[in-house]
Design a binder for this molecule. Structure first.
Ligand code: ASP
Length: 367
């Protein structure tokens, strides 16, 4: 007899589904275990390196995949000097630090995310709670905050003095048609700020809103499981309420136990419009090498930007190439990795049994 109680049916369905998932995952794991045992791998943005160094030994010895990738990104979330993530992240145009984060787990093909959450130090952990303790994929704003508090996450002030000063400098210099004035001695003390591991002046920091960031980490465990996480304070000085690609499954991150894992940092709108991470994983599924999959998606992004420039000219430079940054991190099921970027000579973080945690060169689409 059919139950009259839809939620009971649903619960039963979910329980059966979970059991089936666990069985499928253990089969996948069993098949891949042999091949994966010797190649645990982590790949991510350059700012993932400090976290990778902390977890590598235990991960390589068989440590839990989700715990590991979260531990990697939590280091940046708690670092007040990283102005692109968590504590010390640059705020929106009103001075509110709002965070986006997501996690995705290959063996159960499940994900969780939070968007525009405030006053929570570790949004990546809240994303995991959304994945494991709700039937949803994404919670946003005050609801996400209350959910985090209900699970015991403390209320934390995330706007550091330094981030507040940078935000105020941006506000004061934004326009000469409003009433805010920069101090006469502004930036004359030569003080330098951290930007992606480099020291830059206040001018450089706020020029063109140079602070973009985010941290991504994808992992392949010794059991052959893939998973990924991305966490960010998003675009600096954004319009309040803006959510970027980082908590959007398929855009800022994606993994599939049958194909691999990928993540993005940089212009979130471009990652959303191209569904970058999903697109990469689909190319991996077709047998492309990580670097080729990444470059193919970047070429697609470049073509899309050229079309979008018809209404937003600033998206491309004088040669018609994207004027923004976008970097993609890719992990194949065989432990091969790549980092690709639209232009320039950046680095990404990788750790495998060949070399342990280290930085490697990104492959640029354009020099
Ligand atoms: N992708 C992030 C966002 O658009 C920002 C970044 O990575 O720089 O929110």
């Amino acid at each position: 007899m059919e139950s009259q109680h839809p939620s009971l049916d649903r619960r039963r369905f979910l329980a059966l589904g979970a059991a089936a998932h666990a069985l499928a995952a253990s089969k996948v794991g069993a098949q891949e275990h042999e091949a994966a045992r010797d190649r645990p791998t982590l790949v991510g943005s350059a700012n993932a390196l400090p976290g990778m160094k902390q977890v590598w030994e235990s991960f390589a010895a068989g440590g839990d995949l989700l715990d590991t990738i979260l531990s990697v990104v939590k280091v940046a979330e708690a670092d007040p000097k990283d102005h692109s993530v968590g504590l010390g992240g640059l705020p929106d145009e009103d001075g509110h630090v709002t965070l986006d984060a997501a996690i995705m787990h290959g063996p159960t093909h499940n994900s969780g995310a939070v968007g525009c959450i405030e006053n929570i130090l570790h949004p990546c952990e809240v994303a995991r709670l959304v994945m494991e303790r709700t039937d949803h994929c994404l919670l946003v704003g005050p609801g996400a905050y209350r959910f985090a508090r209900a699970h015991g996450h403390p209320h934390t002030e995330l706007l550091t003095d330094e981030a507040r000063a940078i935000w105020m400098a941006w506000k004061e210099r934004m326009s000469d048609r409003d009433d805010r004035l920069a101090p006469a001695q502004d930036d004359k003390d030569g003080r330098l700020y951290d930007l992606h591991g480099e020291k830059v002046s206040l001018d450089a920091l706020i020029k063109d809103r140079a602070v973009t960031g985010t941290i991504h980490c994808s992992g392949l465990s010794t059991r052959g499981e893939v998973a990924c996480t991305t966490t960010t304070s998003g675009l600096s000085f954004k319009i309040p309420g803006r959510v970027g690609d980082s908590p959007i499954v398929g855009a800022g991150l994606y993994c599939d136990q049958e194909a691999g894992s990928a993540g993005a940092t940089g212009r979130g709108e471009a990652a959303i419009l191209a569904n970058t991470s999903f697109a990469i994983v689909e190319l991996l599924r077709q047998g492309k090498a990580p670097v080729d999959a990444g470059l193919e998606v970047l070429r697609r992004v470049a073509r899309q930007a050229a079309r979008a420039a018809k209404w937003q000219a600033a998206l491309v430079d004088e040669e018609g190439k994207p004027a923004f940054g976008l970097t993609l991190y890719i992990l194949g099921l065989d432990g091969t990795t790549a980092g690709v970027t639209l232009r320039g000579h950046g680095r990404y973080a990788v750790s495998d049994t060949q070399g342990g945690p280290r930085l490697a060169d990104l492959v640029p689409l354009y020099e």
